[in-house]
Design a protein around this ligand. Structure first.
Ligand code: C5P
Ligand code: MG
Length: 297
């Protein structure tokens, strides 16, 4: 006699059968899905990264802008500054996605990248009202299905924490232009500091970069405490640093980690399959998370 199928939910979901979907431990994911569905929406919260997780990595083979790129590529930045920012990206982005270096080895480089880029951006004399135009003229966009997801989470009162090493003001503007900022969303990110004349003078608060989200998570323990009954988490990210966004969640019961692998794919796939429960390779949609949400909500 054949053993009873232990991956029934996974097999029932067409979205999980696609070739770009990797699930290393199907039994674990099956159990997680089963529990998340059983506990339902009142026990659920979402913790997600922004750049290249909610936002799209590329369109027609061309990279889409990150929050930083929205400013860096804007016509308001003089050529001399553009060159500096491009050089920074060429130097540090390969380190960010390097498959061989450890997170600890990467951290000092990320600090350098963010700090240098922030001072170059501040030196461009941006004004608060420039942001709308910069976002409109950029090719930053959300993954297909984000709009449905935001609306559904709001309808069902499921809290969503957007935890981003990008720029808070820019990501809010991207969401506003392509969907809507809802009351159930909370953003933790690097926010710009404008003076009373509306001129950008710096960034507020503690710096969030790709690999210190664990520290940021602990600083936001108040938020997590208010949600302590919501013990099931769906975490979405595109970087190994995003896995620690839920550090500091008290009495967490289940965490389903969904990882988008967009770049340097062959070198990183094994590590991603180890670290994330579900890995979505070169996926420009929210189809998988949304299919799971449809079962829970
Ligand atoms: O929202 P998330 O945490 O993904 O935001 C960080 C992303 O912004 C990084 O993945 C990094 O590649 C990108 N970045 C950038 N330009 C900078 C600094 C970071 O495009 N100056
Ligand atoms: Mg990201």
């Amino acid at each position: 006699r054949r053993p009873k199928k232990r991956t029934k939910i996974i097999e029932m979901m067409d979205e999980l059968q696609k070739e770009n979907v990797y699930i290393k431990d199907k039994e674990r994911v099956e159990k997680l899905l089963c529990q998340l569905i059983q506990d339902g929406k009142s026990k659920l919260q979402i913790i997600t990264d922004f750049d290249m997780t909610l936002s799209r990595f590329s369109i027609n083979g061309k990279r889409c802008a990150t929050c930083h790129n929205v400013l860096e590529d804007s016509t308001l930045v003089p050529e001399s500054k553009k060159q500096i920012l491009d050089e920074l990206r060429d130097t540090y982005y390969p380190i960010e996605i390097n498959a061989k270096m450890t997170i600890e080895e990467k951290i000092p480089f990320m600090m350098e990248w963010w700090t240098k880029a922030q001072s170059a951006i501040v030196a461009c004399n941006f004004r608060r009202e420039d942001l709308t135009r910069a976002v409109r003229e950029s090719n930053a966009m959300l993954r297909e299905g984000c709009d449905w997801q935001f609306h559904a989470l709001h309808e069902h009162s499921v809290p969503m924490l957007i935890f981003s090493a990008g720029i808070g003001d820019i990501l809010e503007e991207i969401i506003k232009q392509h969907s809507q900022m809802y009351a159930n969303m909370r953003v933790v990110s690097n926010y710009m500091d404008f003076n009373h004349d509306g001129m950008l003078v710096g960034f507020k608060g503690d710096l969030v970069h790709t690999y210190n989200k664990n520290e940021g998570a602990l600083r936001n323990s108040d938020y997590f405490t208010t949600l302590k009954e919501r013990r099931n988490i769906i975490l979405m990210g595109d970087s190994m640093g995003d896995l620690r966004m839920a550090d500091g969640v008290p009495n967490m019961q289940q965490i389903l980690k969904i990882g988008f692998l967009n770049d340097n794919i062959e070198e990183r796939l094994e590590k991603y399959k180890e670290a994330y429960d579900i890995v979505l390779v070169s996926d420009s949609t929210m189809d998988v998370p949304n299919a799971i949400l449809k079962k829970i909500l």
